[in-house]
Design a protein around this ligand. Structure first.
Ligand code: NDP
Ligand code: GDP
Length: 329
């Protein structure tokens, strides 16, 4: 019989790539979609990948435990991937309580729903390198102490420890992937790589003449979402659950990433880049660099896409979108 999986956050970047991966492996894929007045727009990433008709939608919200219990009862999944979140760090200072409810307590709700309705299901929590925040070691691994620097990071840390606690308290197969930044043409337009690829495409096509950014000295360990969802799946195929760092092991400044993007279309970044102090954050995560040795040795996982390949793919996708007409996402 085909395996089945429930994905919260299926309309987001990772949800879309994970759904594609699982469908390719023959899974029945159920995706949690929250009600909004824009139904039909919410699945644009699934449509971009050509899989919208293949995912069975479940109507639920991470803040509503009863809706999640009903989803799990209906789908009876073998695997549950909790990818849903208020995932944008900058917004988490504007909406700290909502971020806590959705990103933190929402994970506890999903864990509870699984414990109540399908305790044998394997569970994946989308933890984040933002939990390392003010880094305590030059390269971060599973044993590096956490020091979150935003309401988002703090909410993710709560969700992370709840996952560990459900594993230890109830013997649930609950794993947490501490994923470093990962991007793609399906990344939300507010995140820096996509903001850059979109602006470079518009500048190249004569639709814009500058790119305004905040702290361009920040450094991130950027990988491709398509590679990272494979690590999520691999974690749930292991005999026992655990926590894994997923990263490339290379850190690059925002400024250098911008140069790669402009270079791809034959332009010079410095001619268009404007540093805008109003875009700086109340507290910054200056640098992230992950050590994914455990994922490599235990899961056999390694990133396949370089930063250059990924940025080129993103710029090409945005050029294509803008050539076809005005687009928001
Ligand atoms: P996105 O922001 O693209 O997707 C977030 C998803 O969560 C969307 O499907 C969104 O639905 C859904 N969601 C938000 N609020 C609720 C709610 N109240 N109830 C139900 N669903 C909700 O994130 P990514 O795909 O980039 O990331 C996936 C997960 O991985 C997130 O938890 C993120 O925090 C985490 N993560 C991401 C990293 C990255 O670099 N991308 C790094 C480390 C962790 P809607 O479409 O309706 O908005
Ligand atoms: P994050 O690591 O999850 O916060 O991912 P982002 O893509 O939002 O930000 C990555 C880094 O880019 C952070 O250090 C930001 O401060 C920095 N950055 C600089 N300018 C911008 C900008 O205009 N937008 C965003 N989103 N980030 C920016």
């Amino acid at each position: 019989m085909a395996k089945s999986a429930v994905i919260t956050g299926v309309t987001g970047q990772d949800g879309a790539y994970l759904a594609q991966l699982l469908l390719g492996k023959g899974y029945d894929v159920w995706g949690v979609v929250r009600r909004s007045s824009h139904f039909g727009v919410a699945d644009h990433r699934l449509r971009w990948l050509g899989i919208a008709g293949d995912v069975r939608f479940l109507d639920a919200n991470l803040t509503d435990l009863s809706s999640l219990v009903r989803c799990i009862e209906l789908a009876k999944p073998d695997e549950v991937y909790n990818l849903g979140a208020q995932s944008y760090v900058a917004s988490s200072w504007q909406q700290p309580l909502l971020t806590g409810h959705v990103t933190g307590l929402g994970a506890a709700n999903v864990l509870e729903a699984v414990r109540i309705a399908q305790p044998a299901a394997r569970f994946y929590q989308a933890s984040s390198s933002e939990m390392f925040g003010l880094i305590q070691e030059a390269q971060q691994n599973e044993r590096t102490p956490f020091y979150p620097r935003s309401p988002y990071g703090a909410a993710k840390l709560f969700a992370h420890w709840m996952t560990v606690n459900y594993r230890e308290s109830f013997s649930m197969h609950a794993s947490s992937g501490i994923l470093f930044n990962h991007e793609s043409p399906l990344r939300g337009i507010e995140f820096v790589t996509r903001k850059v690829s979109d602006a470079v495409a518009r500048i190249k096509l004569g639709l814009a003449d500058e790119l305004r950014l905040g702290n361009v000295d920040a450094r991130r360990d950027w990988g491709h979402a398509r590679d990272y969802v494979e690590a999520m799946w691999l974690m749930l195929q292991q005999e026992s659950a655990d926590d894994y760092v997923v990263a490339t092991g290379r850190t690059t400044s925002v400024r250098d990433m911008v140069r790669i993007a402009f270079g791809h279309v034959g332009l010079v970044a410095e001619d268009y880049l404007v540093v805008d102090p109003t875009l700086f954050r109340p507290a910054e995560v200056d640098i992230l660099l992950g050590d994914a040795s455990m994922a490599k040795s235990r899961l056999g996982w390694a990133p396949k896409t370089t930063l250059e390949e990924m940025i080129h793919e993103m710029v090409e996708a945005d050029l294509d979108r803008h050539r076809r007409g005005p687009v928001a996402t």
